[in-house]
Design a protein around this ligand. Structure first.
Ligand SMILES: [Zn+2]
Length: 155
């Protein structure tokens, strides 16, 4: 498995990754984030090249807020249950601003992504923008969640 790849500019990403970032940007416009004003979009590509997108959805009862990554993964699984997720891009911007800000998946989303990887027996690449303004492609969620808890712990 490749290591983490870093790129200075979005133009340096491969075509598929750039397209997913584009779709994630589109999806972020559908975010419902009246409380945080933090608009997150995610896009995944499946093994049949279907692209599924999602955005964060907040709630006045704060713990019920749902991240864009999980909205997207659950939507993909619910609508294309026999397909595998190959890659995810996640982006974020503040309300009314075009400039992207860092959005790396939260711990809960990493846990969910990892379960998808275990279930589909295939890693999911993750494209995201780091604090250093570099785009990175992580080859598997296991890079983001070492020493994780998974179904093997329950046997
Ligand atoms: Zn999350």
């Amino acid at each position: 498995m490749k290591g983490v790849q870093a790129f200075n500019e979005i133009e340096d990403l491969d075509a598929e990754s750039k397209y997913l970032v584009h779709k994630a940007k589109e999806a972020a416009l559908n975010a419902y984030a009246p409380y945080s004003k933090f608009y997150v979009g995610a896009a995944v590509i499946l093994d049949d090249d279907t692209v599924i997108t999602g955005a964060n959805y907040e709630n006045a009862s704060y713990p019920l807020c749902m991240c864009a990554e999980r909205v997207t993964l659950y939507s993909a699984a619910a609508t294309h249950p026999s397909r595998k997720v190959k890659k995810m891009a996640v982006i974020a911007h503040k309300k009314g601003q075009k400039e992207l800000v860092t959005a790396t998946p939260c711990g809960a989303c990493r846990q969910v992504m990892l379960e998808f990887e275990v279930k589909q027996k295939q890693p999911i690449e993750i494209v995201m923008l780091t604090k250093e303004s570099n785009w990175i492609i992580v080859p598997s969620c296991s890079f983001l969640l070492p020493y994780s808890f998974n179904q093997e712990n329950l046997i």
